[in-house]
Design a protein around this ligand. Structure first.
Ligand code: GLT
Ligand code: MN
Ligand code: MN
Ligand code: MN
Length: 387
């Protein structure tokens, strides 16, 4: 039970299971195993894929010869382990050159450098088979708003994305882009901080059809937003290209905890959403083990992410099959044929007349029982395994 299968499409970033446990107050606490070893172990544990930044695999500044050697060894590991690379991305945040942003830097040379690095990283992703390319604008923001014009910053970000879309199309890579919002950290404020902001921005791009979002549980939760609602909007728009699952307490620094570690109820509604609406993309765990973990515990972390998802998936099936819960939902959602017909027919002179002639008594409607206390308690009991 709860054994991950390839068909679950669980993925991890090389940077997640390779996280050495450093934080702003202390250095690394464990020596990560090599990318090749990480891939083998992920394969053993039942993960479907591994994702990477260019520099998770090829160190910044490596020669072409070094790059080719590293990449060919990595490809061999992928073949041997049966693990695929569904998503790739660029590290545009670690090197000091990006300290004031990459695509939105005021310095055109920095912007050009970021663009060229991303072109090369897209090539690497394509070579490894990635069909999704993520853009997380970690340093695209400010602490000092006098330093950058926010309108100009958006224009620069668009310029870069349009260039890169055209590039990927010109190479026939068949790639889709997924933009990942985050409100803050490492910058004081990051541009396009929410899923909704990204969705709005996408409609202004040259190739909106190839661009969607990569929402992350922790990023919305830091800001106190309802992640389930944000993901639902992206999904409803056909823009949920990728998802980053993890754990996070609201109002804190970016914790990137194991999926399922915090707020079971919101994790449950998230998993239920993905399952009920048959989200078919990768389920990426963008998280890392606690700083207190030793190397063995890192793999417990990875197993835990996948197992928690599968447990919540079973709970969603149980919820959908629970007679008492379903009866309540039916009661709450009971329709009225005449009103439904008017609401779904759209505007016309005849339908406007039909709307006006509906028998609608607000006093009576307000008395309709909404037993949400009961419903939420049943949900709680189901999740805690006492139903
Ligand atoms: C970094 C960030 C994540 C992004 C990764 C992709 S890197 O770990 O915190 O949320 O998804 O660039
Ligand atoms: Mn992420
Ligand atoms: Mn995060
Ligand atoms: Mn993070």
């Amino acid at each position: 039970n709860f054994v991950p299968q390839k068909s679950d499409k669980f993925t991890f970033g090389l940077w997640t299971v390779g996280n050495p446990g450093a934080d702003p107050f202390g250095g690394p606490v464990r020596t990560p195993v090599t990318p090749v070893e990480r891939v083998h172990k992920l394969g053993e544990l039942g993960a479907w894929g591994v994702n990477l930044h260019d520099n998770d695999l090829v160190p910044f500044g490596a020669s072409a010869q070094q790059r080719d050697k590293i990449v060919s060894e990595f490809k061999q590991a992928l073949t041997d382990s049966g693990v695929v690379v569904p998503m790739a991305t660029t590290n545009l945040f670690s090197h000091p050159v990006f300290k004031d942003g990459a695509f939105t830097s005021n310095d055109p040379k920095v912007r050009a450098f970021a663009l060229r690095k991303t072109v090369e990283s897209i090539d690497l992703g394509a070579e490894l088979g990635a069909k999704i390319y993520v853009f997380w604008g970690g340093r695209e923001g400010t602490e000092v708003d006098a330093s950058k014009d926010a309108v100009t910053a958006l224009k620069r970000f668009r310029e870069a994305l349009d260039f890169l879309s055209e590039y990927a199309i010109s190479q026939n890579y068949g790639m889709k882009f997924a933009l990942e919002p985050k409100p803050n950290e490492p910058r004081g404020d990051i541009y396009l901080p929410t899923v909704g902001a990204m969705l709005g921005f996408i409609s202004t791009l040259a190739h909106p059809e190839m661009v969607g979002v990569n929402p992350e549980y922790a990023h919305d939760t830091i800001a106190g937003l309802n992640f389930y609602h944000a993901v639902a909007q992206a999904l409803e728009m056909g823009k949920l290209f990728h998802i980053d699952l993890n754990g996070q307490k609201p109002g804190r620094f970016d914790q990137d905890l194991r999926f399922g570690q915090e707020d079971y109820k919101s994790n449950f509604f998230l998993v239920k959403l993905l399952e009920d609406y048959k989200y078919d993309g990768p389920k990426h765990f963008d998280a890392h083990a606690l700083r207190t973990s030793d190397p063995a515990d890192v793999w417990e972390f990875a197993k835990g992410c996948m197992r928690s998802y599968l447990i919540l998936k079973e709970k969603a099936q149980q919820f959908n099959a629970d007679p008492e819960i379903q009866a309540l939902l039916q009661e709450i959602n009971a329709g009225d044929a005449a009103s439904d017909a008017v609401l779904s027919a759209g505007f016309s002179t005849e339908n406007l007349a039909a709307l006006k002639s509906l028998d609608l008594d607000p006093e009576a409607l307000a008395l309709k029982p909404l037993p949400y206390e009961k419903l939420d308690q049943l949900t709680f009991e189901l999740l805690l395994g006492v139903r």
